[in-house]
Design a protein. Structure first.
Length: 129
């Protein structure tokens, strides 16, 4: 059984402007740099371990992409419906989730880069289901 104690290990999102709680949807990207020789194992681990965590915590879309111009660069993307929902994801991260993230760091070099994109229109206007 996993350790469900809160981890509070995610950094607060960087925001340049005030965001309403219902702003969204929010696209979160996590960029990884890795050796292409390890990419398949990394992708399998992300799909098996991270994707269920993102969905459990409110993501309505999740995918992992490789940069067609740079095989060392992969980007994980997930979508949540509102800014408030994404902030709740930060609160939901558990010690077990942290252990998964720490184990995945063996696949990539450097630090992951997290970016948050907030839709410019009301959250229900652009969401395709």
């Amino acid at each position: 059984m996993g350790d469900d104690r809160p981890a509070h290990h995610w950094a607060d999102p960087v925001v340049a402007e005030a965001l309403a709680a219902d702003a969204g949807p929010v696209l979160v990207t996590v960029e990884y740099t890795l050796d292409p020789a390890h990419r398949d194992a990394f992708a399998a681990a992300l799909r098996r371990l991270v994707r269920p965590i993102r969905r459990r915590d409110g993501a309505v879309f999740w995918e992992l992409f490789v940069d067609s111009g740079n095989p060392h660069r992969c980007v994980e993307c997930f979508l949540v419906e509102t800014w408030a929902e994404h902030l709740r994801q930060h609160d939901r991260a558990t010690q077990s989730d942290r252990e998964v993230e720490d184990a995945l760091r063996t696949f990539y070099t450097g630090r992951e880069r997290v970016t948050h994109f907030v839709a410019l229109q009301p959250h229900d206007a652009g969401l395709i289901r």
